[in-house]
Ligand binder design. Structure first.
Ligand code: FAD
Length: 397
């Protein structure tokens, strides 16, 4: 049964947000995909913020009509947005992943200064973890965050790449090593860097095979200084902050994968029922039935794991370390299902699946490919899952 883990209120929320996105996002998708029109992206982010949808994960700030906001609803928002345009959805998912540590770890004054703009949709956030020499092995990052006692400031030096919303974001959460003498787990910190801070620059923007319209680029820090109160949590607490942020991001990514998978499935199903081959509907053929069934059960499995993780997060009873496994499973399965469904959808459509003239199948195929790589690759999340099952064994990374 579809959405077995949701209740009537969740379903009402889904219907409401879907109608909103159909009205606000759907009409501008050609501008986003074909012209990479950032202003179009920003306008929809702003309207989502104005409608209150970007504060769903922060119940005490939420003043919408629904009584039970939370990550479950934020995940549904991601799912519905990704079903329409995954590039747009990554922009808000990244901004929300930036809002999460701000909300949880910034001092009240600093939090209010930077969080407000993100949740009201007037500003965008970014997360800076990945570096040229360091991707999956983030504990080896080379960016340094040092403390200048004389000026009471943190000084950042380093180079980050593949940063979503780079150059467009207003607020950057930057991770770096603050104590190189100890392992990164105990020597990493996270700071907030507002846009236009001297010493921060954006050398390059990338061109990707998919996710067109979401800006991804490099961010360089050269003696970039922020006031002492821009540290998140305590000094050297960055690794712990990063892990809890990744739990949050991975549950949202479960929603992104589901949205892309559902979109691909809907296109494939419609084609199987309409297209004729050998004098019959394509959908009559057993090999096509097989593909439809293979997509269908995978989507249900992804849905169950994603909503389970979101529900566990909202229940608030698990520590970040305990949430790691369900969040990783949601990310792993949903993103694999998205690439599977996007690929099978193209196959069912044949030549129509490869050309823009016949709809979105080719776009979904290109977009979906990023999902098993972002937010920690699927190889890495498998290590996390297995490390929960084999706690006595240190994985050979
Ligand atoms: C579109 C896009 C947007 C992104 N947005 C952001 C962002 O906003 N912020 C940010 O910080 N980063 C972002 N990233 C970076 C992303 O998180 C990294 O690409 C990812 O973590 C992998 O790092 P890497 O690309 O350096 O690959 P590598 O770490 O070099 O890995 C290459 C391959 O080897 C595999 N691998 C590596 N080590 C092992 C091992 N021990 N065992 C088995 N397999 C292994 C990996 O799984 C992968 O398949 C983004 C990336 C993309 C493509």
């Amino acid at each position: 049964m579809q959405d077995f883990l949701l209740n009537d209120e969740d379903r009402a929320f889904r219907a409401e947000v879907k109608a909103f996105l159909n009205r606000e996002l759907l009409p501008v998708t050609p501008a986003i995909e074909d012209r990479q029109d950032w202003e179009a992206v920003k306008r929809v982010v702003r309207s989502l913020g104005e409608a209150g949808y970007l504060k769903l994960m922060f119940p005490e700030r939420y003043q919408g009509s629904l009584s039970r906001p939370g990550l479950t609803h934020a995940t549904l928002l991601s799912e519905e947005a990704a079903a329409i345009n995954y590039a747009f959805e990554t922009t808000i998912a990244t901004a929300l992943s930036c809002a999460y540590p701000l909300h949880r770890y910034a001092s009240p004054e600093v939090r209010d200064r930077y969080l407000q703009g993100i949740i009201d949709g007037s500003e965008i956030g970014a997360i800076c973890v990945t570096e040229p020499k360091v991707g999956s092995d983030s504990a080896r990052m080379e960016t340094r965050i040092s403390f200048d006692q004389g000026r009471n400031e943190y000084v950042i030096n380093g180079f980050k790449r593949y940063i979503s919303n780079a150059s467009k974001a207003d607020t950057y959460i930057v991770y770096g090593i603050s104590d190189p003498e100890v392992p990164a787990q105990k020597g990493m910190s996270a700071v907030i860097v507002p846009k236009e801070t001297s010493g921060m620059s954006f050398p390059r923007t990338y061109t990707f095979m998919g996710r067109r319209g979401c800006v991804v680029g490099e961010v360089e820090f050269r003696d970039c200084r922020v006031p002492v109160d821009h540290l998140l949590g305590s000094l050297n607490e960055g690794f712990r902050i990063m892990l809890s942020m990744f739990n949050f991001e991975r549950i949202i990514l479960g929603g992104s994968g589901l949205g892309v998978a559902r979109s691909a499935f809907a296109i494939a199903r419609e084609h199987a029922q309409r297209r004729e081959s050998f004098g019959q509907k394509l959908g009559c053929k057993q090999l096509i039935w097989d593909l439809i069934a293979e997509m269908s059960w995978r989507i249900d499995a992804a849905e169950l794991l994603t909503y389970r993780a979101a529900r566990l997060y909202d229940a608030g009873e698990l520590k970040p370390k305990e949430l790691m496994k369900p969040a990783s499973m949601a990310k792993l399965v949903s993103t694999e299902v998205a690439t599977y469904c996007a690929d099978r959808c193209v196959q069912i459509l044949g030549g129509d699946g490869l050309t823009k003239e016949y709809g979105r199948a080719e776009q979904l195929y290109r977009d979906a490919r990023a999902l098993p790589i972002v937010g920690g690759t699927n190889e890495m999340v498998k290590y996390l899952i297995a490390s929960c099952d084999l706690p006595e064994i240190k994985p050979n990374l």
